[in-house]
Each structure stands twice: as C-alpha cells, then as structure tokens.
Design a binder for this molecule. Structure first.
Ligand SMILES: NC(=O)c1ccc[n+]([C@@H]2O[C@H](COP(=O)([O-])OP(=O)(O)OC[C@H]3O[C@@H](n4cnc5c(N)ncnc54)[C@H](O)[C@@H]3O)[C@@H](O)[C@H]2O)c1
Length: 356
C-alpha cells in the first residue's frame, strides 16, 4: 500500500520532530514493502515568510490530494504577538485543516521505565498508564450560537452556548465504543448529566448505544469526578470519551501523567471521506529549544504509528513503532533533556529504529 501523505513540519521543533518521525516511517515502510509518497508543504511562519499567509493555497491543495496530514507545530510567540488573534498561525492553519474532523484522539502512555517522571506517587501508577482520550472537536461550547459580548460597560453581558445534536453525540460515542473494543474494552463516558441538558442527552445516548456493544464495559462519570479519578486511579482508565470543553481540559490533565508533553501523539478523525485526517504531536513549536537537536521526537514518532493504524490500516507497522518507543523509554538510557537525559533528538530516533 502506498503511504500517501502531506508533510507539514511548520515552525520551531516541528521541523526536527517531523524529520525524526519521517525517518522512522521510512524504516518501517521499507520493512513492510510499502512505498511512501510524501509531499512537503509550508505552514505557519515558515509559510508566512515565503507566501504571506500561514496556510497557502498550495498547502491546502497538497493536503486535499493526500490520504493523511502529518503536522509538526505552528506558532512562534514573539512573532504571533505582532498579529491579531484571528490571523495567528494556530488559528489560521489548525482550525482550517481540522475542519470536519470531529474526533480528537490523544494517546497517553506512561512506560513503567519512566515512572519517576510521573507527578504521581509510585503506588498509584504501578500498573502502568495507557489511556486513549477521545474528545469531540467540532461541537459544544466552542461553536454553539448565540455567542458573544453585548451591552456597554459596566453593564455588559456575555453568553456562550453548549449545543449538541443527537447525531453529533452518536458519531463520537461510536468512535469511543469501537476504540474500546480494540483495546481493553472499557469505556468511560464523561459528562455533567446532573446539571446540563446536553449531558443528559449524551448519557441517555451512551446508555442506549451500550446495548449494541455488550463486550464493552461502559461507565458514566461526571467531569468533576473524572478530573479527580485521573489523579487517584489513572491505571484503571482505558478509553475516555467526552464533549469538546471537558475533553480539552481532561486531555491536558491526562497528558501530564506521562511526564513530558513531548511524548504524546494525537489524531483528528472524521467520517467524511473527503476530509483528510490530521495527525500531530500535542506539543507546540517549543522555541526555547528549537534548532538545537534537543526536542523529544517520541510524540511525533508515535503520531506516525497512529496514522499508520487509523488511516492506512497498517497495524503491524504501528505496533512495531510503539514497541520500539517503549523499549527505548523503558530502558531509560537514551532520553532527551525533558526526561532528564542528555541524548539528542537524533540519538533517540536512532535508538527507536534500532529497537524496532
Ligand atoms: N498544534 C500546534 O501547532 C501548537 C500547539 C501548542 C502550542 N503551539 C504554539 O507553539 C508555540 C510555543 O508554545 P508553548 O511554549 O506554549 O508550548 P510548547 O509545547 O511549544 O512548549 C512548552 C514547553 O514544553 C517543552 N517541550 C514541548 N515539546 C517538547 C518536546 N518535544 N521535547 C522537549 N521539550 C518539549 C518546551 O521546550 C517548553 O518548555 C506558541 O506559538 C504556541 O501558540 C502550537
């Protein structure tokens, strides 16, 4: 199978970690006999400097013609400040490329070898952390209408609207159930059904759908409780599915359990075949370490594993990458500075390839 992808390294360490991820992809694809058709395109400040916009038409075209988008990071805080919010690279490029992709998956794994980097006590994480967080990405509070500020000071008022249709709830819960089915078969549906109407519809829908997935153990949890349980018993979570705002907050909280933001991959998926799936490590452009070969490439490398699994169905290759990464992390000998090590981005990449 041809691995036909748009590669958008973007700004700062995006360039380094995507180069690392591509090396691993080339290695695994060669082994499996899968040709790669990778088209590189500019995005972020890299694109503004050359074409005057963070998402040039040529980049959109490359993305539209590919089967998946592999994205590094965009934005440079010092330069972002010079632009109005609506023209900043994160707004322009990310929102546009993710349009129509309603399921944001973040895979949070703490390999036992990195236990000391988890902020929690050893006995709470002894069983290992491996959580897939699925956040609804296109509905809820961020997009509901009416939204805005009205009136004159000091009597202004502001409103945001949390809205979900049953169809939107069903399609994201389906991703949750199907994902749980391929993992440890436990699904935690997070809501605030004791207060919010959207959550009551969410919970009713999840309960009804549960009947179609008798092999998946479904539990409901209020979002306030979920934020506590992530710190109290993180090892018991398998798949978490939740709406946009709750998912935004809980996924950031969960990401910290594995010790470094540089370790976490993500995918944005939809169900419309004309919308190209989008894959990126969750970190930003990290200008403080950019261009120094210091970035942790694991998040980007694991992002490639997600891409191979979800878009290309290459599970064997995806698993090989994941195993290579966990071998390196568990051995804890070749680690970048964010994990207390002295290895470079290229050292870690070479170690992962050697371990595969
Ligand atoms: N999806 C995206 O493109 C995205 C996401 C987040 C932030 N950003 C942008 O990136 C820029 C910097 O943002 P920030 O500093 O808030 O977040 P950041 O994720 O870039 O960095 C936060 C801290 O984590 C460290 N870090 C991040 N990734 C790392 C890695 N792979 N290895 C080692 N250390 C790593 C950085 O050195 C920094 O100290 C901003 O312009 C922001 O808007 C972009």
């Amino acid at each position: 199978m041809t691995i036909d992808i748009a590669v958008l390294p973007g700004d700062g360490i995006g360039v380094e970690v995507i180069a690392a991820a591509m090396k691993v992809l080339e290695h695994v694809a060669r082994g499996g006999g899968h040709p790669i058709q990778a088209t590189y395109a500019d995005v972020g400040w890299a694109a503004i400097d050359k074409h005057g916009t963070a998402l040039p038409a040529a980049t959109r075209d490359v993305c539209r013609r590919s089967k998946a988008i592999l994205f590094g990071a965009v934005g440079l805080p010092d330069r972002d400040k010079t632009l109005p919010q609506a023209q900043r690279p994160e707004r322009v490029a990310l929102l546009e490329l993710r349009k129509g992709l309603f399921a944001n998956l973040r895979h949070v794994v703490l390999p036992p070898g990195l236990a000391e980097h988890c902020p929690l006590k050893a006995h709470l994480i002894a069983a290992g952390i491996d959580i897939m967080i699925i956040r609804e990405l296109t509905g809820g509070l961020y997009y509901g209408k009416p939204q805005g500020i009205s009136g004159d000071a000091p009597n202004r008022a502001a409103v945001d609207t949390m809205a979900y249709s049953e169809k939107e709830i069903v399609r994201i819960l389906k991703v949750g159930f199907e994902t749980a089915r391929k993992r440890r078969r436990r699904l935690t549906s997070v809501d605030k059904a004791n207060i919010l109407a959207t959550s009551q519809l969410w919970r009713e829908t999840a309960t009804a759908m549960g009947a179609d997935y008798p092999d998946v153990q479904l539990e409901h949890m209020y979002v306030d409780n979920a934020s506590m349980q992530l710190l109290r018993r993180p090892t018991e979570f398998d798949v978490i599915v939740t709406e946009n705002t709750f998912g935004d907050i809980l996924s950031d909280e969960a990401s910290m359990l594995c010790g470094s933001i540089g370790l976490v991959p993500s995918a944005c998926l939809g169900d419309d075949p004309s919308v190209v799936p989008f894959y990126e490590p969750i970190h930003g452009s990290a200008p403080d370490i950019a261009g120094q070969n210091k970035a942790n490439p694991i998040g980007a490398i694991l992002t490639v594993a997600m891409m191979l699994r979800y878009t290309f169905g290459l599970n064997q290759e995806a698993t090989a990458i994941e195993k290579g990464c966990s071998k390196v992390l568990n051995a804890a000998k070749v680690l970048t500075g964010d994990l207390g090590g002295k290895a470079s981005c290229s050292d870690v990449t070479a170690a992962v390839i050697a371990a595969m």
